[in-house]
Design a protein around this ligand. Structure first.
Ligand code: ZN
Length: 318
């Protein structure tokens, strides 16, 4: 018997609704440009409409809904809050999981997109088979999700695992989150670009352009990537000492620029962790590529409502 899930991937630029099976087979995908500047009053009906289109195209019975939200979210209550790129939401957030559950008449679960993608890599990608895994996406920001002892870790207020905002330089750069010296202020795509320009880089101000210039021998770009890799290594060293993960899965920039980031990253981890914590440690690129977001939405439902009837656990029952 195969059961199908409606997945909603809410992004600041584009959003998608997909229908897929419990084993990750995607049968329908509908996407559209998110009315990001029009507030939740426009975004919620837009997402429901995408979901209805996907359901109509798939022509299968749906058992539940998983929502991966590219905005601050509180998973336990299914709430989504305003983000800088998604303004115009009420201060108390929107109960998006409840709204979807009522609109479709089936259970719905919600996570922020970094946690959802961590679940997807753990279940279908580079984290398969591990019990303790950290996932970092190094892109516009640094998002992270932690799987600890076979469960997604959210923390007391749902904000656990924000590795991008570990201080890697106590008196360092100001981060857009308001703190000082965060990993994200050195190693995200925009930070990499900013540091390259400060170093004298004159090419196009994008992460991929800096990476390409570094490969061609541009010293300003190379120095910025050295800084990004070093700071990433510092952040991951703290993570290793704290959690002793089996595997760290790195996405986006870390996949595209692994040749440049990994040497300083590995050097820092070696310098700042005990050897016992590195014995079984694997640092690997994310494996799902552009399937990650779709599978992430499915996994949000799967981890909350495992296919076997072992209610009360959040592990996959498959
Ligand atoms: Zn920060």
């Amino acid at each position: 018997m195969n059961a199908y899930i409606l997945g909603i991937d809410m992004g600041g630029t584009k959003s998608a609704a997909i229908v897929g099976s419990m084993t990750g087979e995607i049968i329908t995908r509908v996407s559209g440009v998110t009315p990001a500047q029009e507030g939740s009053d426009a975004i919620v009906p837009f997402l429901i409409n995408l979901g209805r289109q996907a359901k109509a195209q798939a022509r299968v019975e749906l058992t539940g809904i998983g929502i991966s939200a590219g905005a601050p979210a509180e998973a336990r209550r299914g709430l989504v809050f305003e983000a800088p790129n998604l303004p115009g939401w009420p201060p108390d957030g929107i109960p998006l999981a409840t709204i979807f559950a009522e609109a479709f008449g089936i259970p719905a679960a919600l996570e922020n997109d970094a946690d959802a993608t961590a679940l997807a890599e753990w279940h279908f990608g580079a984290g398969q088979g591990t019990k303790t895994m950290a996932f970092l996406t190094v892109g516009t920001g640094i998002g992270a999700g932690l799987i600890l002892d076979g469960k997604l870790h959210r923390g007391a207020t749902g904000a656990g695992g924000e590795i991008g905002h570990i201080a890697v330089e106590p008196e360092g750069r100001r981060c857009k989150c308001g703190l000082t010296g965060c990993l994200e202020a050195y190693s995200s795509g925009p930070s990499l670009t900013r540091i390259a320009i400060e170093n004298g880089f004159t090419g196009e101000a994008t992460g991929p352009a800096v990476v390409a210039a570094a490969r061609a021998g541009d010293t300003a770009a190379l120095a910025a990537l050295e800084t990004a890799g070093t700071m990433l290594g510092r952040g991951l060293a703290t993570l290793c000492m704290l959690l002793n993960p089996e595997r760290i899965v790195l996405g986006t920039l870390a996949v595209h620029a692994a040749d440049l980031l990994m040497p300083p990253l590995q050097r820092e981890i070696t310098a700042r962790t005990w050897s016992r914590l590195r014995e079984n440690l694997q640092i690997v690129p994310a494996a799902l590529g552009d399937r990650a977001q779709d599978l992430a939405a499915l996994c949000v439902y799967l981890q909350r409502f495992p296919p076997q009837e072992n209610a009360g656990t959040e592990t996959f029952g498959m």
